[in-house]
Design a protein around this ligand. Structure first.
Ligand code: DGL
Length: 262
């Protein structure tokens, strides 16, 4: 018997597709509704107040689908909710921070841990607090990398300019001799090869998409069978989003919907 209630998830744009891919690997039959709020991208350059308002809008839109749970596949939204309180919802809301912090603490031998994220997330200090709750003596360097989200959104994640921008973004973590780096924005796993190339095998990369999807899968407990549907809703240019998503290897979209920005 097929469980029809979908998993809902959102991001400002393409970044949450990293969480979708990780979830599909664990739960191949789960139907997914993915909301991309590209009309308001990038979230990471906004204030936490502004991000919290947009994020709450996204959650109320996704609740219209009567989902099993909602994955907040956006580090900037998690930062804003950490500052303003998570909205109450009738289904579980799964974020990125706690499980990535755990993975970072497990990955680091030295306790020098880096977090590369959007400006909003880095300034909020949310990952640093979560890491220090688990390892109080950790030395955490949180740095924003505002150039990276626009590069991914332009479809240039595999271009040389992405490698150059990642190398620049890694400087504070190299200077601090970090041996683990949390990719604290869901867009950044799409640049993972450049981070690995810049930092080398001595630095373990923590992919928030993996940890977040594992958490969501634990709550889902299987239950679906057959071919999964993927509904994609976009507040900006839906056709352009779908083209870029396909180029990044996203699964085929069953239904693409254009939404009015709120
Ligand atoms: N992918 C999101 C995050 O994890 C948002 C990036 C942005 O829009 O700046 O922070």
């Amino acid at each position: 018997m097929r469980a029809r209630k979908p998993v809902a998830m959102y991001d400002s744009g393409l970044g949450g597709l990293t969480v979708l891919a990780a979830l599909r690997a664990l739960e191949p039959s789960a139907d997914v509704v993915y909301l991309a709020d590209t009309a308001h991208l990038p979230y990471g350059d906004r204030t936490l107040d502004d991000i919290a308002r947009l994020a709450a809008n996204n959650i109320s839109r996704l609740l219209e689908h009567d989902p099993r749970l909602i994955v907040v596949a956006c580090g900037s939204s998690c930062s804003a909710f950490d500052a303003h309180g998570w909205p109450s919802a009738p289904v579980p809301l799964v974020g990125l921070v706690e499980h990535s912090a755990r993975a970072a603490v497990d990955a680091s031998a030295s306790g020098n841990i880096g977090v590369v994220a959007t400006q909003a997330t880095a300034k909020s200090g949310v990952f640093g607090r979560a890491i220090r709750r688990l390892r109080p003596d950790a030395r955490v360097v949180e740095a924003g990398a505002p150039a990276l989200v626009p590069i991914v959104e332009a479809g240039d994640a595999r271009e040389p300019r992405a490698a150059i921008a990642v190398a620049q973004a890694c400087k504070p973590f190299e200077a601090a001799h970090c041996d683990a780096l949390v990719l604290g924005c869901t867009h950044f796993p799409l640049l993972q090869e450049w981070f690995a190339q810049t930092l080398g095998p001595g630095v373990k990369l923590v992919d928030p998409a993996q940890t977040c999807a594992q958490e969501a899968a634990k709550l889902l407990l299987g239950g679906a069978s057959g071919e999964a549907r993927l509904i994609v809703e976009v507040t900006g240019d839906a056709e352009s989003f779908a083209r870029h998503a396909a180029a990044l290897g996203a699964p085929p979209i069953t239904e693409l919907r254009q939404l009015t920005p709120r």
